[in-house]
Design a protein around this ligand. Structure first.
Ligand code: NAP
Length: 293
């Protein structure tokens, strides 16, 4: 949306194609604490709505649609969406990422019946109960803290003996009496009848098998970039990220990649917004034939 805002402000006729809601996964984040300018933090849904409003006020047009692919036709790039094809001189790919799943037995079966990836949406359902969170990064720790507001107890299962999340979040998790970090432990299976009743586990250090009772399991084990959007157009790296230069230019002139989907992204909101601004300015220079000097 920042790319769209910048492109429109440079006078380019700009369409932002979105399959769900402006802001995508950030709308599920209860509080964003590290976006500059919001010292008290801001709800993800509010930040998304404000940014969308700003992009539209700047002149960008929102187009609802799911993109199935991008191709080229002479000097033009064609974006194919279920809402129709769009032809443009430049395309900025900001398709983000999707939360990974564990791929263990019971995970699929109990999705929506105890297995979740949205603590903000589903956390209130677990008032007074025990819930589990899997992962050791910023997402798992952030969301464990959200769940601790509702649940009686939060078990944070991490496969190593050290969390990889930023220090601020690690300190808060370790200081939260409702959160128990279950160290060096992987979840083997999600257990239950109609809804989740527990998980079976293996301790990575000792090999010991175990089980824990819980009513909900929240999976935050990393992000998978939505790189398939450029299949047949651009090469991605081994992790499905799109290589770019410092102007966010991909190997194909007039096509840019920004945010989580680009190679070496820091996967932060602020850097994704910065990428978007950089790509929009690069697109403007490409279309207008202006150099960077
Ligand atoms: P992440 O940093 O990749 O962490 C994923 C975690 O899941 C790691 O601790 C990893 O363990 C664990 N994991 C991966 N596969 C697993 C498996 N099969 N079984 C058990 N555990 C598994 O992902 P993330 O936490 O979603 O963060 C992604 C990016 O978003 C990061 O750049 C992060 O900074 C950003 N983010 C920022 C904020 C914030 O600033 N507040 C909030 C959320 C996300 P290992 O540690 O052993 O690899």
């Amino acid at each position: 949306m920042t790319a769209g805002m910048y492109a429109a402000r440079h006078g380019l006729r700009t369409g932002i194609i979105e399959r769900m809601m402006g802001g995508a996964s950030i709308i599920n984040v209860e509080k964003v604490e590290n976006f500059p300018g919001f010292s008290e933090g801001i709800m993800g849904a509010d930040l998304a709505a404000m940014t969308q409003e700003q992009a539209m006020t700047s002149g960008a047009e929102f187009v609802m649609g799911e993109v199935s692919g991008i191709s080229t036709s002479g000097d033009y790039r064609i974006v194919s969406a279920d809402s129709g094809d769009l032809q443009a001189k430049t395309v900025i790919v900001a398709a983000g990422s999707t939360l990974r799943l564990l791929g263990i037995p019971g995970e699929d079966e109990f999705t929506g019946r105890g297995v979740s990836q949205c603590a903000t949406c589903d956390g209130p359902l677990y008032s007074g109960e025990v819930v589990g969170v899997v992962g050791g990064g910023d997402s798992a720790t952030d969301e464990a803290l959200v769940l601790a507001q509702y649940a009686d107890r939060v078990l944070l299962f991490h496969r190593r003996d050290e969390l990889r999340a930023q220090r601020e979040l690690v300190d808060r998790v370790l200081a939260e009496p409702k959160i128990e970090v279950v160290w060096s432990t992987v979840i083997e299976e999600v257990l239950g009848e109609n809804t989740v009743s527990g998980v079976s586990t293996t301790n990575m250090a000792t090999g010991e098998k175990g089980a824990r009772e819980l009513s909900g399991l929240f999976v935050y084990v990393g992000l998978a970039p939505n790189g398939n959007i450029v299949d047949g157009l651009l090469e991605t790296d081994g992790g499905d990220h799109i290589p770019v230069n410092i102007s966010m230019e991909t190997a194909l002139p007039g096509v840019y990649a920004v945010g989580d989907i680009r190679q070496h992204s820091s996967s932060q909101l602020v850097s994704a917004a910065g990428d978007g601004a950089t790509a929009a300015i690069a697109a403007f220079r490409y279309i207008s034939g202006r150099s960077w000097d």
